[in-house]
Design a protein around this ligand. Structure first.
Ligand SMILES: *Cc1c(COP(=O)(O)O)cnc(C)c1O
Length: 393
């Protein structure tokens, strides 16, 4: 019994590859090769060297003394906000671009909503001298101008998706269309633990460096490698998957997933996917997603652009359905206050996505000596304007 993926690409009843037949050769090539490539010592060496010298790993595991005192538990922060480009996303894009090179691809496509994954992809394409095309909804291009500028500065082409609601799912459709038309020379870098098998597993493996480091850092600091709880915010689920990975089957470690409730879980403006979701197919994967009674995908809402995805990765759907994970939803207001609290107590301004994870303490009580690791997925520089508007700074 495992909470990790099985050989068919399923986590319990979730996962698989529900894709148009024309896409089969593309995903099949990756499925047949990814484990072999990732386990090749030369690949591991190159990946680990780039994580160390380019991304800045290992990221610190920091004991947050003032926050611990305030909350009444022993809290460590895993500092993914200190990664190059400001969040965990680059762990995955480094891994996938190295994989693309070994598959003989020289052209990279991606889709992005908030622009964070687009920036992480454009960054590694510049690093490797590869062509980079990022699809983005026309509405998002307008909303996320600084990230569009970053991608362009890094040499990427940003292509607008003008169909539908002109947001993330429309950009995804454009990216898939591109990939179908360019199966030989192009790799599609998906930015979270979503999409058809083997993407969720591949991305989780690249992000698993987070929990590998937590284990050895806790061992060094506390003389034990297991915390009592690991807490992470969940959009698609990649930073959480990385932070949970080496603890998935260690049921003494509690896994806490924090979703965005937007204006309230039952307000109609929310992104609390597990709580509100029903089983369906999105982005080539069977998982929990927000949908209407007749199966139309509902437009999600959260103040944090990185959490407003209508689905959740299949690993998390299974953690939810099986009860292995504990899911908590946090509103915009609760997240913003928690972001400010962390800034004032620890001198760290978190991304608003991340701030959700720090807002659980009013709802979820811990024991004084509970050892809690919070994955600090990203820094708040990109969100400064939202903080300014919200707090009238
Ligand atoms: C993108 C992003 C997230 C959400 O994505 P996951 O795949 O769920 O990790 C969370 N935090 C930050 C800082 C992000 O940039």
């Amino acid at each position: 019994m495992t909470y990790n993926v099985d050989e068919n690409g399923y986590y319990g009843e979730f996962g698989g590859a529900y894709i148009p037949e024309m896409l089969y050769p593309n995903t099949e090539e990756i499925r047949q090769q990814y484990i072999r490539i990732m386990e090749d010592p030369a690949f591991e060496k190159e990946f680990n060297e780039l994580l160390r010298d380019y991304v800045g790993r290992p990221t610190p595991l920091y004991y947050a003394a003032r926050l611990s005192e305030h909350v009444g538990a022993r809290i460590y922060l895993k500092r993914e906000d200190l990664c190059h480009t400001g969040a965990h996303k680059v762990n995955n894009t480094i891994g996938q671009i190295l994989l693309a090179k070994r598959l003989g691809k020289n052209r990279i496509i991606a889709e992005t909503g908030a622009g964070q994954h687009g920036v992480a992809t454009a960054t590694v394409c510049a690093l490797m001298g590869m062509e980079c095309i990022v699809y983005m909804g026309a509405v998002d291009i307008e909303r996320q101008a600084p990230n569009v500028a970053r991608m362009k500065m890094l040499g990427a082409t940003v292509r607008a998706a003008n169909s539908g609601s002109r947001t993330l799912k429309d950009a995804t459709n454009e990216a898939i269309r591109d990939w179908i038309n360019n199966p030989v020379d192009t790799h599609y870098i998906i930015g979270s633990v979503v999409g058809p098998h083997p993407y969720p597993d591949m991305v989780a493996r690249f992000q698993s460096v987070i929990s590998a480091e937590i284990k050895s850092q806790l061992q060094e600091k506390e003389g034990r490698s297991q915390p009592d709880f690991v807490v992470a915010c969940v959009g698609g689920g990649s930073n959480a998957a990385g932070a949970y990975y080496h603890y998935l089957d260690d049921t003494e470690v509690g896994l806490i997933a924090v979703e965005a409730a937007g204006k309230g879980v039952d307000s109609g403006e929310s992104a609390a996917t597990s709580y509100l979701g029903k089983t369906g197919i999105i982005h080539g994967s069977k998982t929990l997603l927000m949908q209407t009674a007749d199966g139309q995908i509902t437009e999600p809402y959260s103040i944090s652009a990185g959490l407003d995805y209508p689905g959740v990765g299949p690993m998390h759907a299974h953690l939810y359905a099986s009860g292995r994970g504990e899911f908590i939803s946090i509103t915009d207001d609760e997240a913003m206050e928690a972001g400010r609290l962390l800034a004032k107590l620890e001198g760290i301004i978190p991304a608003i996505e991340t701030a959700h994870a720090f807002a659980i303490f009013d709802k979820r009580k811990f024991k004084k000596d509970d050892l809690v690791v919070i994955n600090l997925s990203g820094r708040g520089d990109k969100d400064l304007q939202t903080y300014i508007d919200y707090f009238k700074l």
